[in-house]
Design a binder for this molecule. Structure first.
Ligand code: NAI
Length: 692
């Protein structure tokens, strides 16, 4: 084991000692750090230091507990032992915060006598987002410093606050300008001998707390977290701060922490948290694969997607030009982007100055060759038609400088065929954004058969730079996300025929935690799009086709699977029920009551089976890539962990048996368990146990 001294540097500056946390990159509180802090405090005490400053090395103070130590036997000392030593220190212990103090890192700071920070520092308790509650006194100390209602806002949301806000609320004592360590040491020196009441001993902010007022604030905070346990747990823990003595409150916090951290939701959230980092590690990518330098982006097509992609670039400081076919289409496209930003300004989430900066970064042109000639990267977002795309790429290839990468935002077409229209297939990739492209975080980067590592690295790096989470996938119809959801369609049809109404299906999926059920999503996207795809593929969906035949295209026509009022409130429509019953009768399907569990399984299993096929084909590298795609692009709640995680929770033997059963009773050949599921089920394996 490494020496504790490697992890905590001890620097003596007269009466003030400095303990520097040194566990790169984010100073998590691993065992050696905890032990090093304890040893450092003891040594400072023995040397008679009157003040101790705790500070982080590198880019931040401390990002919190070491999550990889969870679920393993706990190594002493615990964080609470370190905190006891801080609180018992004969002098003052001051945390000096830069970058961020998160989770256990902030709890460490809260246990100190005082806290100073640089103005740019962020302080927060994000545990709720990993499915548990702060577990080292944060839910008891913070309310004692700023009041239970303000503390609940921070702890239930998990959102960090700035140093300035923390100072206003009362948990930062001073904001330091200039060098933090020098400033913190000077501040500590000036405060030697002063009395600081430890958070645990304070009652001024909790005495007289009105429980009903607290519950009302919490009810508002919990509205957005339907079905999720950790926000409720956080609210309950903070409530204990004013209904129980400190030690008992800590006990309550510990109980909540332990039960939540062992639960399925926390496992799911951590699976996604680590997964979002894992997807950026691309198997086989050579270490020297370098991204191409990008200073100017050109987007071809200023429609729904082109506009959103251009906004993402401008939002992140990248100069971007939209190329359209006519001046009219161009002005319309630019105006849509401007209006979108103006709406954000009007809600106060974007300042006028930042709006103007973004607006200046976004320009437009109808001069295709002239504009493309100046591009470092081109992303195409014209109509979804192979002939059109090939023409555009042939023209791009001639107009763009040699070495410039050309990406397509196609949602279904073959990247290889598009690349074949150029003389540089190694520099052609898919960059599949999701609508609304300025909002959705997911970016499926599609690797063509000839895409070079430089092109792949560029798609990844540029995606990150414009605020996206890039996941590299292989080339196939629908790529990963849309290909999997597409396989649900036949079961939706069958469920409607056999006994369900749209509300029955959506209710089950929304009850599971999806932002919207599949039929409501269809209405939002436009039912005509699916109908066009079916027509092109020569498939039929009797119920959906009958709905579309009546001009019910979804929200844009005021009617689809549901009817909508002017505010787009969705309501069941008796006409839809009539259509469904009619079609069922014509097809001689006897309707029956279908249980929620069956609905859930028949919607989940086709996706899981297709996901397994995608893994077999190598279109996705790892099961986690699929789960990350669903959480970031398809409204799948992170606390459910994604479709492949769901399959693991059901057990793959069970999944295989259910797939085989539904394949037989519904006659849907797609549900026949894939070879991968057969193999994993036979071995008693899981998706989680698979390597890349
Ligand atoms: P859209 O119809 O809103 O926009 C396409 C724009 O491209 C139009 O403004 C058109 O004038 C312009 N355009 C066509 N040919 C052009 C050319 N040669 N030069 C310059 N401009 C040209 O279509 P949308 O929805 O933005 O889709 C664009 C692409 O994005 C399609 O490939 C689509 O499959 C894909 N996509 C769409 C998603 C969606 O939800 N709408 C999601 C993900 C991908």
């Amino acid at each position: 084991m490494a020496q504790d001294a490697d992890f905590v540097q001890h620097d003596k500056q007269g009466e003030v000692h400095v303990l520097r946390l040194a566990n790169p990159p984010v100073n998590t509180l691993r065992t050696e750090i905890r032990a090093g802090l304890l040893a450092g405090l003891n040594a400072a005490k023995a040397a008679g230091a009157k003040a101790v400053v705790l500070i982080g090395t590198g880019r931040l103070f401390c990002a919190g507990a070491e999550m990889t130590e969870f679920g393993k036997p706990r190594q002493p000392p615990s964080l609470n032992e370190v905190f006891d030593a801080i609180e018992a220190y004969p002098g003052i212990v001051v945390s000096a915060i830069h970058g961020s103090a998160l989770g256990g890192g902030l709890e460490l700071a809260l246990a100190c006598h005082a806290r100073v920070a640089v103005a740019s520092a962020q302080l927060g308790l994000p545990e709720v987002k990993r499915g548990f509650v702060p577990g080292a006194g944060g839910t008891q100390r913070l309310p004692r410093m700023i009041g239970p209602e303000e503390a609940a806002k921070i702890i239930v949301s998990g959102e960090p606050v700035s140093a300035g806000k923390a100072q206003k609320l009362g948990f930062v004592d001073a904001v330091i300008e200039g060098d933090l360590e020098a400033g913190a040491v000077a501040w500590a020196r000036a405060n030697i001998g002063k009395t600081f009441t430890l958070a645990r001993n304070r009652t001024d902010k909790i005495s007289g707390q009105d429980a009903a007022a607290y519950d009302a604030v919490v009810a508002g905070l919990l509205k957005r977290s339907r079905g999720q346990q950790s926000p409720k747990g956080c609210a309950e823990a903070v409530r204990a701060s004013f209904t129980m003595p400190f030690e008992q409150g800590l006990e309550k916090e510990r109980e909540l922490f332990q039960s939540l951290v062992a639960g399925e939701q926390s496992k799911a959230l951590r699976h996604i948290f680590f997964g979002e980092r894992e997807v950026l590690r691309i198997p086989g990518q050579p270490a020297d694969a370098k991204s191409l330098p990008i200073e100017r982006l050109v987007v071809i097509g200023g429609g729904t997607m082109g506009g959103g992609i251009a906004m993402s670039a401008a939002n992140n400081g990248v100069p971007v030009t939209i190329v359209e076919m006519t001046e009219e289409a161009l002005q319309k496209g630019l105006a849509r982007c401007h209006a979108n930003w103006e709406r954000t300004v009007s809600t106060g989430r974007l300042s006028q100055a930042d709006y103007e900066k973004r607006r200046a970064l976004l320009t437009g042109s109808t001069d295709f060759e002239g504009t493309v000639g100046k591009a470092d990267l081109v992303i195409e977002a014209v109509f979804e038609n192979m002939e059109v795309k090939k023409q555009v790429f042939a023209r791009l290839d001639k107009a763009a400088r040699p070495g410039v990468m050309l990406a397509s935002n196609t949602s279904t077409l073959s990247i290889d065929e598009i690349a074949s229209a150029t003389s540089r297939p190694e520099l052609v990739v898919g960059m599949h954004f999701f609508s609304p492209a300025n909002v959705m975080r997911l970016l499926e980067n599609v690797r063509g058969a000839k895409s070079s590592w430089a092109a792949i690295a560029t798609a990844t790096e540029f995606g990150k730079r414009i605020g996206k989470l890039p996941v590299l996938v292989g080339n196939c119809d629908g790529f990963v996300g849309n290909r999997m959801t597409g396989k649900r369609g036949p079961q939706v049809e069958k469920l409607l025929l056999e006994g369900c109404l749209p509300t029955d299906i959506d209710k089950v999926m929304e009850g599971y935690g999806m932002a919207m059920g599949p039929l409501a999503v269809g209405d939002l996207a436009g039912l005509d799009i699916g109908a066009a795809v079916r027509k092109a593929r020569g498939t039929v969906a009797p119920v959906a086709d009958a709905i579309v035949a009546l001009g019910r295209f979804g929200q844009k026509t005021g009617k689809g699977w549901y009817m909508y009022d002017e505010k787009r409130t969705r309501m069941p429509d008796p006409e839809v029920e009539r259509i469904i019953l009619d079609v069922a009768e014509k097809m001689q399907v006897r309707r029956r009551k279908i249980e929620d569990q069956e609905i859930l399984e028949r919607l989940m299993l086709p996706m899981v089976n297709e996901g397994a096929r995608i893994l077999e084909e190598g279109v996705a590298y790892r099961p986690i890539d699929i789960d990350v795609i669903f959480v970031n692009g398809f409204g799948w709640p992170a606390w459910r962990g994604g479709p492949m995680f769901w399959a693991d929770t059901q057990g793959l033997k069970n999944v295989r048996d259910k797939l085989a059963h539904y394949a037989e009773v519904t006659g849907d050949a797609n549900l026949k368990p894939t070879a991968l599921i057969e193999k994993l089920a036979a071995e008693g394996g899981s998706f989680a146990s698979m390597g890349a």
